[in-house]
Design a protein around this ligand. Structure first.
Ligand code: PEP
Ligand code: MG
Length: 760
């Protein structure tokens, strides 16, 4: 339903009708701009209407009605200079009854503007930057009405289309890839996956480029925006109802705010009014968003700034729906070396990207042990997390230099920063080459203990890492990755082929397959594990708990693994075991399949070894019961830490709260290690902790002799092992366990330095 037409709407409409016919008429750009200032000036009964555009880094008067015509292309202002410069620099609107009263006022005699008192100006925006200013001046000292200002803003929106089509401004510096500025931004965050990379910014959810601003048919535009609202609201409702989002805290809060904004009548009314003024649906959404952005900028409240993210997300979602540009950047394909920018990513979303072009990731959220981080680590893709406002600061196609090692993201770097970065990349490559030389050397401590160094894997491509790193085997093969990348549940034939390929690629080296660990932060889009809304998915219906209930899932996997390992050795590991009976039941599923295949005279594996992951602290209390039943035990420090500290591993707020080198963890692992020794249980560690040199040193000091780590860590960890006196480290750790210092990390670092341990 159309809204009532107020006089101001009529003004805005008249302006737009005028602009549309100017844009459609023949003639050069200058003539069109001259015509535009006349049309707008007349519509708002203003003596003066002027357009300044950005050219060669300054604002140049391009057209005016009411000021001296000799000033056109002569009057130039720097960004920040005078009222016009102020508007452009701050991307802000000014509305003054007495221009000279503003501290930034500057008088330009060539314009003849001394007789005008009132002044109003709005930025002409493209890609969230000012490319010009539209302003009006009046002899009477009067403020322009809110409605008049809104018509200026609407006109500025259309002007932005006109001037970019006519290539009147420095659009290259706004739109072009590798846009630079002299004062490059350096942002920092939380180091999630170390490494360095350069590339062009791509938004995981790309911003929509608005091609047309003036509507041909207002009713058709209204209809488009209404159905987009319907679609967006039902998407948000669906998200709210999905079990995986049903947790308390962050997600819930975000969704509630989303919902509130999505259903906000004020928002839809303002968009509707902008459509009434003659804008297209896309331009109306953007126009309202620009207005909100400006208002928010004036309010210095971090909480509101947070909410602004949500509103931006939502407006962007609405824009994508209305323009039909729905997919993520992955579905559109990457065209060049890319640094991906997102609020957050799921593991499956990351896997959709082309690995050859995806060089790095920057997130506004993110935490160290979230699965997306683990996958990126396995793929050797650096990630910087918790970079505040990165989606506001970075623009699509900006050149970005990502140096997670030094916690830095350079946005639009200067050539000198780029040169320095190149040098650093070369140095890193040299270091890598040095690690590669260690490939053939064994991980033996200086006092002669051979450590087993395995790698973690999950994708077919990871198998190449076995020979590239010289690792002893695969200590954790996360089979669920295959489920995460598939569009539908992988069947038996597909699984069988995949596991066989993995074993073929591993050759003589052992592979420990972990049965599917889905649920938690690894939901499968095509599989609803739980009918009930889960308040705490990480502690809920996940991993083996699903496997034992939906035993078809586990049976198919067991059968595929056994068949794939025909004539070879098979190692199977069960995740999230909390009590011995769970291990027994899981093992029984395999034994039953084995029997079935034996009855049918199929070739069987030479041997099967069964292991459990120690991720739930309760299991540590039952090791004596398990000792005779299992063949090996592997500590998953990611989940173990989560449960030991009751700290959600994917909650960014908790990402840095607890340290892997805290006495609680060290004592826990030390005790398990001693017990496993006494009970004769083969023990290893396969969580992310083992891939960090200082933490790995502590683990060895606690008696751990087998590590399974991310491939990129093999070089640094091997270098650490080969420089370590294990006996001395064990003594040091036992001192730390019995009398923990205030800062165990600092104490261990100091000790390592004094004992020349290579920590990379
Ligand atoms: C762990 O929890 O430490 C682990 C290795 O498993 P994942 O990270 O896949 O949960
Ligand atoms: Mg785990």
């Amino acid at each position: 339903m159309a809204t009532k037409h107020t006089p101001s709407l009529v003004t805005a409409r008249n302006i737009l009708t005028g602009l549309r016919s100017i844009m459609a008429s023949p003639g050069n750009a200058q003539a069109k701009l001259n015509h535009v200032v006349e049309t707008i000036g007349e519509a708002v009964s203003s003596e003066v209407c002027s357009i300044y555009l950005r050219r060669e880094g300054v604002l140049e008067l391009f057209a005016t009605r009411g000021l001296n015509q000799e000033a056109v292309h002569v009057t130039k202002l720097a960004f920040g200079e005078g009222l016009t410069g102020y508007i452009a620099k701050n991307v802000e609107t000014l509305n003054l009854d007495e221009a000279a009263s503003h501290p930034d006022f500057q008088y330009r005699p060539e314009t003849g503007e001394e007789k005008f008192h009132s002044f109003a100006g709005v930025p002409i925006i493209r890609n969230q930057q000012a490319v010009g200013v539209l302003c009006a001046q009046h002899i009477d000292p009067r403020k322009y009405s809110e409605e008049e200002i809104e018509s200026f803003q609407t006109a500025a929106m259309v002007l932005s289309e006109l001037i970019s089509n006519a290539e009147l401004v420095d659009v290259e510096s706004v739109d072009a890839p590798n846009a630079r500025n002299s004062g490059a931004d350096r942002l920092s965050g939380l180091q999630l996956v170390k490494g360095k990379a350069s590339g062009f910014a791509v938004f995981h959810q790309p911003r929509v480029k608005i091609e047309h601003t003036v509507a041909e048919d207002t009713e058709a535009e209204r209809h488009r925006v209404y159905s987009a609202f319907d679609k967006m609201r039902s998407q948000i409702d669906q998200m709210t109802n999905q079990a995986e989002f049903g947790v308390g805290g962050e997600h819930e809060e975000v969704l509630q705010t989303y919902k509130m904004f999505a259903y906000d009548e004020g928002w839809s009314r303002r968009i509707n009014e902008a459509i009434d003024s003659g804008l297209t649906a896309e331009a109306a959404i953007e126009r309202v968003q620009q207005h909100t952005r400006m208002r928010m900028r004036q309010i210095d409240d971090p909480l509101l700034a947070e909410r602004m993210h949500d509103l931006e997300d939502l407006a962007n979602r609405l824009l994508r729906i209305v323009s039909g540009q729905m997919g993520t950047a992955a579905t559109m394909g990457l065209r060049q070396d890319t640094i991906l920018v997102a609020r957050n990513l799921g593991p499956a979303e990351l896997l959709e990207y082309d690995r050859r072009r995806l060089k790095g990731v920057v997130l506004e959220e993110g935490s160290l042990t979230a699965h997306v981080t683990i996958i990126a680590r396995a793929m050797d893709i650096p990630i910087l997390g918790q970079v505040k406002n990165v989606r506001q600061i970075v623009r699509e196609n900006d050149l970005l230099l990502l140096n997670v090692d030094e916690n830095a993201l350079f946005v639009r770097p200067s050539p000198s920063i780029e040169d320095a970065f190149e040098t650093q990349i070369e140095l890193t490559q040299k270091k890598r080459a040095a690690y590669a030389e260690l490939k053939a050397k064994e991980p033996i401590t200086t006092d002669g203990t051979r450590i087993t160094l395995n790698i973690n894997a999950g994708l077919r491509d990871d198998m190449a890492m076995l020979s590239l790193t010289g690792a002893d085997g695969i200590g954790l093969f996360r089979t669920e990755f295959q489920f995460l990348v598939a569009a539908t549940m992988p069947g038996r034939a597909g699984q069988l082929r995949f596991y066989r390929d993995v074993l073929d690629a591993a050759g003589e080296k052992p592979v420990i397959f972990r049965t599917v660990d889905i649920g938690g932060d690894k939901p499968l889009p095509y599989f609803q594990a739980s009918e009930v809304k889960e308040e705490n998915p990480a502690m809920g219906w996940r991993a083996l708990r699903i496997g034992l209930e939906r035993d078809a899932l586990m049976k198919v996997q067991a059968r595929s693994l056994i068949e794939a390992a025909a004539g070879r050795k098979l190692n199977v590991m069960f995740p999230m075991i909390a009590e011995p009976w769970e291990f027994d039941e899981a093992k029984a599923v395999f034994e039953k399949q084995l029997e079935y295949l034996r009855d049918r005279k199929k070739q069987l594996p030479l041997s099967i070894r069964y292991g459990a992951m120690l991720e739930v602290p309760a299991l540590a209390e039952c090791l004596d019961q398990l000792a005779t039943r299992l063949d090996f035990l592997s500590i998953g420090t990611n989940d173990l830490t989560q449960f030991l500290f009751a700290a959600d591993r994917s909650n960014p707020k908790l990402a840095e709260r607890f340290d892997w080198l805290s006495p609680a963890i060290l004592r826990f692992i030390g005790r398990v290690s001693r017990q496993a020794d006494q009970l004769g249980i083969e023990l290893s560690v396969c969580g992310e902790m083992g891939g960090r040199p200082l933490e790995a040193m502590a683990l060895l000091g606690l008696g751990i002799k087998r590590l399974s780590i991310t491939p990129a860590s093999v070089g640094p960890i091997k270098a650490m092992i080969r420089s370590l006196d294990l006996g001395a480290a064990q003594e040091q750790l036992s001192g730390i366990l019995s009398d923990p210092p205030n800062d165990p990390r600092g104490a261990l670092e100091k000790w390592a330095q004094e004992h020349q341990v290579d920590l990379g």
